[in-house]
Structures are given as C-alpha cells and as structure tokens.
Design a protein around this ligand. Sequence first.
Ligand SMILES: NC(=O)c1ccc[n+]([C@@H]2O[C@H](COP(=O)([O-])OP(=O)(O)OC[C@H]3O[C@@H](n4cnc5c(N)ncnc54)[C@H](OP(=O)(O)O)[C@@H]3O)[C@@H](O)[C@H]2O)c1
Length: 315
Amino acid sequence: MRVLLAGASGVLGRRILRQLVARGHTVVGLVRSRTAEATVRSLGGEPRTADLFDSKAVAQAADGCEMIIRAATAIPTKVRTGPADWAMNDRIRREGTRSLVAAATQVGARAFLQESVVWAVGTLDGRPFDEDAPPAGDPILASALDGERIAREAGSAHGFDTLALRCGGFYSADGWHTRILAESIARGRPVLIGQQSPVWSLIHTDDAASAFVTAVEAPKTGVWHIVDDRPAPLADFLGEMARRLGARPPRRMPRWLARMFLGRYGTRILTSSFSTSNARFRRDFPWRPSFSTYVEGMEQVATAWRSEGFPPRRS
Ligand SMILES: NC(=O)c1ccc[n+]([C@@H]2O[C@H](COP(=O)([O-])OP(=O)(O)OC[C@H]3O[C@@H](n4cnc5c(N)ncnc54)[C@H](OP(=O)(O)O)[C@@H]3O)[C@@H](O)[C@H]2O)c1
C-alpha cells in the first residue's frame, strides 16, 4: 500500500514509518527540512517536501496514495505555556487537516487517519469514559475535536473512511515530555501537584504507532481510544520512572507554586485525570499493546536511557 504520512520525522511518525516499511508498505513522508528528509530516507521512506499549509504541494505529494495519515504536530516543547504557544498546533489540527483531506479527495484515497488525544473528551475528574463521552470543554483541546470533525465530514462527503485514533499520554525514551519529566525527577525537582493523584491512560509511543499500522491495513470509519491495558495513577508512573532512574521518589509542590512555574495549562494537565480503555479498538482490530502497562514500558525506556547516558549526571 502507498501511504502519505504527515509528521513522518516526528516521534510518533518515525515509528509509524519504520513499522509500515517493515510490513512492506511504501511510505511518502512529508518533510520541511534537509534533516527531516534524511530521517525519512534513513527509515526507508520517500521524502516529499511540503508544508501542511501548502495544499497544492500536499496534494502533489499524495499522488497515488491510498492512505493518508496526519501525525504532524506543533505541541509546544516548553514547560510553561500560554494560549499563544498552542496557536500553531491548532492551525495544524484544523488547516493542516483541511489540506490533507483535500489531498485525499483529489487523489481518491481510501482512508484518512487522524491522530487525536483521549483527554479531548470526558470529565477529567477520574471517572472512566469511552469514545462516546462529550467534549472535555478545554479551549486548548477544541482543535483536536475540530480536526476529527473536519476529517469525518470530508470522508462522508467524498466517500473515504475516516479513523480518529485518540491516543493516551505518550511516553518513550525519545519523547520530549518523557525526557523533561525524567530530568526533573533526576534533579529532585517537584513534578507532582498537591496531595491528589490523577489517573492517566498512557500508551508507549511504539504501541500508538502499531495501532496506526493495524488500522491502515483494515480501515473503517470510527473513533477509537489508543491506550494501554490499565489506567495508572500519575504518582505511580512517575514513581516507577524515578525508581528506574535510581532517583528519589518524585516530590510534590503546592498548586500555587505549580501555577507560577508551569502556568495554567501545565498545572491543569498534571492535575487532570483521563481514564479510558482500549476495549473498542481491541474489539474492532487485531491489536494489543506490546507494553501492557507503564511498568513494562518504562523498563524499555530506562534501558534505552542507560545506553544513551540519559539523563546526564550533573558535574
Ligand atoms: N498523546 C500524547 O501524549 C501526545 C504527546 C505529544 C504529541 N502528541 C500527538 O502526536 C502527534 C505527533 O507528535 P510528535 O511527538 O511526533 O511530534 P514531533 O516529534 O514534534 O513531530 C512533529 C512532526 O510534525 C511535523 N510538522 C510540524 N509542522 C508541520 C507543518 N506545518 N507541515 C508539515 N509537517 C509539520 C514535523 O515536521 P518537521 O520535521 O518538518 O518539523 C514533525 O515531523 C501529534 O498529532 C500530536 O498531537 C500526542
């Protein structure tokens, strides 16, 4: 199968690319720089230069593709963020999706896969929710659901399947968010807020990628939650990370201090629960996560970090 992958050089995209190529598919990876081009080529993909906001170039890159995947992002890589930091990410989720579904329409693709996040829906107070839960109502997450809707409407108007794969909290040895948490823990900085322990549905990024690959091979229209087998208290996940790093258990900070250092959004995500299940995806597709919980996943992450010498010891 010929697949167009937007975000091919990213943390998620590199894994989707590698796994698709290993299964004999041809992957056209959108790139914007020489570095991304070299990454895509080194993983066995065919790089095509196109910015998501250049719909003509995107459609040209999609020529001959049966499947189109949006796994591009501009999630801010800094600790304290405000609404302006999320503007580019919102554009990618809305305008970027429009460009890609226009390309899907033009080239007659069979299916469009949209990466999304589980915490865009649900109550975020710890009660478990499923794919039918109402929007969480956070303005920063509205674009995730808009992207799903843009894809769904285009698919039903032009006759291609649309798959919204809402992923749980990613962790991986190379993911920016995992690494910043590990560095903070290794340096003894507080990472937990208040006395509560939110519960998160996590997914190792390798397993998120394998869900995309499974879905590409048997596409059908719908929305699915891509998470591992058991939601976990954030304190347990970070505690396991600390143990694997040989660091002291994660420290806590009061909410007012978190607001000062992490801002409103960072504080909100670290105090919100999103507890959901992969039951629907496992019912509809032949998939299971290779890391059933964060315990197995962190073992792999910690092994990779040890061989890399991460996090660096402070001199
Ligand atoms: N569930 C979670 O916990 C979680 C966490 C983080 C991200 N995500 C999601 O996972 C997906 C991928 O994230 P990631 O961590 O792989 O991000 P990443 O490593 O930062 O990669 C971002 C990718 O998007 C591409 N991109 C950005 N702007 C683009 C544009 N205007 N045109 C074309 N390509 C563009 C980048 O290409 P260049 O190399 O050209 O910059 C890169 O390939 C996103 O959909 C994001 O929402 C989920």
